[in-house]
Design a protein around this ligand. Sequence first.
Ligand SMILES: [Zn+2]
Length: 253
Amino acid sequence: MLSRRRFIKLCASTAAVWSIGASVSRLIVESAAPAVPALLYHRVGYGRDHFTVSPERFAADLAFLVKRGYQAISLDAFQNFILDRDVKLPEKPVLITFDDGYLDNYQNAFPILKWYGMTASFFVITGMLWEQERLAPQHIVEMAEAGMSFGSHTVTHRSLSELAEEEALSELADSKVTLESILGTEITFVAYPKGSYNQRTIRLASQLGYVGGFSTINGRCYKDTPDFILRRIPIFGFDRDLARVMAERGRLQ
Ligand SMILES: [Zn+2]
């Protein structure tokens, strides 16, 4: 039997036609529904590319979130939210995510997160674990012991939708096994490299035991957001005003 949540998700994905009136009422209902904004960072340092924010900017972002009453949640708490389990989330939850597993996540972001009492989730490319500028297993263990969460960003960071099936399968499976052997806990989320996924990606990830996949589609996550097309709010080096970024890139799609 379909659960209520599955039924609603099914309806949401099959109902293609909305009258104007229905759209308006849906917007009103959804804007009041519990939502988790998932912020997407990559690097924290002094690089001048769009994917790097300075430590000062990252600290200012966290200070802003604390001041506004946001509380960072773990991937486990987020999993309970999307699976509709009866768990109480903070009144203003936020999921802070990092893609690509750069070493500066440990060197620069981790101390700032601890200072502000925040937690974050790191999506790691496991084939790069021993490279110079990337996280190594000992960093991951130390960060996890301090309450940080981890997920897969595959083994080689290739676009999953463009790979042959067996390659896509091993990207999803091998990265999961590697992280699980480092952490001794189950890895249940993947962030798709370059935001690339298709129906096969979703099927394979689901069969392997993942419960959710993060895309790079802008928006917040609601209980009826498809589990394997989770939305995020990307943060770039040139951004200056997190409130505005969250409002603009986190609005309903
Ligand atoms: Zn990436």
